[in-house]
Design a protein around this ligand. Structure first.
Ligand SMILES: Nc1nc2c(ncn2[C@@H]2O[C@H](COP(=O)(O)OP(=O)(O)OP(=O)(O)O)[C@@H](O)[C@H]2O)c(=O)[nH]1
Ligand SMILES: [Mg+2]
Length: 464
């Protein structure tokens, strides 16, 4: 990268979560040329404790204005380049909660040599100083934000350089092909002839790999953002009971009166590592009740926003015209699962018929919110529907930024393929190929402008 390194400014921020009454300790991170001198000026260390790199000192932060002790602290010194940012870094470990840590930070910031760090600025410096690759820095955010073991594992893979390595390898294949092509543009006569078919083969290989990464990323994003699953159905079919059964507690009010649920009710659960936001809705029917009407309107909105819709009906009643009408309302592009509930009910002490002829439809899942029977099938069908069933085998998941760029690179390669198929002269091949290479470089950080970098890191939070 061709950018001025921001070494002249020293920055500071709280690097741990800040909440009243929470956290035994909190860490303030200071990075830059004045990190050590400023820390020395505010922390009083008793006895003979040399300020040496990679040691921990014990002391007090003093407020020089009031001469009061603010907090008892540990100070961790890391001289650059052996630090997170590659610069001189000091971490002040003070007590947690709200007040002490903010006071210590204020005292650090009183020094004219230090300013408050911008969101993501520590990580940005780590990247600019070559301590971390861009995709590794992004993986830190994913790791911190992970809501399931699998999401955390994917982030660790990214932190270990898996994304960087994969994209760099693909980019190098393209660079090799580009140099072959460019050589032919300039010195066609002096070089052995180039087999366009072979070049095309390589490009197709890279494009296929990119498409695979894009698909994996879509599935991987479920791990981070979670899936919104709306429970839709006529009144009294057992939507709230399904929510309660899957949540393992009585989240929603259940009653035998149709129209019990009036508002949207959400609960997040983790199914086999995938965070799922279940949204219970008001049973949809024609009603004169104004509040119920509003609830039904919300149900319909939830239906449109959901990643997946569970359309629930009552097996003991069968599939009715109202259920069918609801099913017709679900937009075609939203995956849906038809769940027959109340399979435990017996009529005249006989099990109810669940054949499609009697019911009027073939339910994909036969369930009982009362006994929990069919739950495994429900969960498996749900995860299969969103492609999450194969998440366990995922090794790499690009984030949204990386995925968008991978799509653009795949598109550029598609254009190169067209040129190749038309057997146009070599210099035509190079145009889109060069673009694909540049885009892949934006993923890895090899081709980044400062503005782009600022944009990426501003999405991080302060202290990272
Ligand atoms: N036997 C049996 N009863 C169930 C089952 N699921 C729900 N019920 C009963 O059906 C009635 C309605 O259940 P709810 O969960 O409130 O139904 P809902 O679809 O949320 O209803 P609304 O909120 O009114 O739209 C209650 O009396 C539940 O106890 C089931 O699997 N088996
Ligand atoms: Mg309900």
């Amino acid at each position: 990268m061709n950018m001025a390194l921001p070494t002249e400014e020293t920055i500071a921020a709280v690097a741990t979560a800040v909440a009243a009454g929470q956290g035994g300790i909190a860490v303030i991170r200071i990075s830059g040329p004045a990190a050590i001198s400023v820390s020395k000026s505010i922390v009083s260390v008793p006895g003979e404790q040399p300020w040496e790199s990679h040691t921990v000192l014990y002391g007090y932060v003093l407020d020089s204005q009031s001469n009061r002790q603010i907090d008892e602290v540990l100070v961790l010194i890391m001289n650059g380049p052996r630090s997170f940012t590659g610069e001189d870094v000091v971490e002040i470990h003070c007590h947690g909660g709200l007040i002490a840590v903010q006071q210590v930070l204020e005292i650090v910031l009183r020094s004219p040599k230090v300013r408050r760090a911008l969101p993501g600025e520590f990580s940005q410096r780590a990247v600019l100083n070559g301590r971390l690759e861009l995709t590794q820095a992004e993986a830190i955010t994913d790791l911190i934000g992970a809501r399931s073991h699998k999401a955390a594992q994917l982030a660790i893979n990214g932190l270990g350089g898996a994304i960087q390595h994969r994209i760099t390898t693909l980019r190098e294949i393209l660079l090799d092909q580009l140099s072959e092509l460019e050589a032919r543009v300039d010195f066609e006569d002096e070089l052995p002839p180039l087999d366009g078919g072979k070049v095309l083969e390589e490009l197709v290989k890279v494009q296929t790999d990119l498409k695979e990464l894009i698909n994996d990323a879509k599935r991987g994003s479920f791990l981070h953002q979670g899936l919104q699953v709306a429970l839709i159905g006529c009144p009294n079919v057992g939507k709230s009971s399904v929510l309660n059964q899957l949540s393992r507690y009585e989240r929603a009010i259940v009653s035998n009166l149709p129209g019990t649920t009036r508002d949207l009710l959400e609960n997040e659960i983790i199914l086999k590592g995938v965070p799922i936001k279940l949204i219970d809705t008001a049973g949809i029917r024609t009603t004169n009740d104004e509040i119920e009407k509003l609830g039904i309107q919300r149900s319909q909105e939830a239906l449109l926003k959901a990643d997946i819709v569970l359309i629930i009906f009552d097996l003991s009643v069968g599939w009715t015209q109202y259920d069918q009408r609801l099913l017709n309302q679900i937009p075609k592009d939203i995956p849906r699962l038809i769940v027959g509930n109340k399979s435990d009910i017996q009529i005249d002490s006989k099990s109810i018929h669940i054949d499609s002829k009697t019911l009027g439809i073939t339910p994909e899942v036969i369930f009982s919110a009362l006994t929990g029977s069919g739950e495994e099938t429900l969960i498996d069908s749900l995860l299969k529907l969103c492609g999450a069933a194969e998440l366990q085998s995922l090794e790499i998941a690009l984030n949204d930024r990386q995925r968008d760029l991978a799509s653009l690179a795949a598109e550029a390669l598609e254009r190169t393929k067209e040129v190749a198929q038309q057997e146009l002269p070599w210099d035509f091949w190079t145009i889109d190929l060069r673009e694909a290479i540049q885009i892949l470089g934006e993923i890895t950080g090899t081709e980044l402008t400062e503005a782009l970098l600022n944009r990426i890191f501003s999405r991080f939070c302060i202290g990272k």
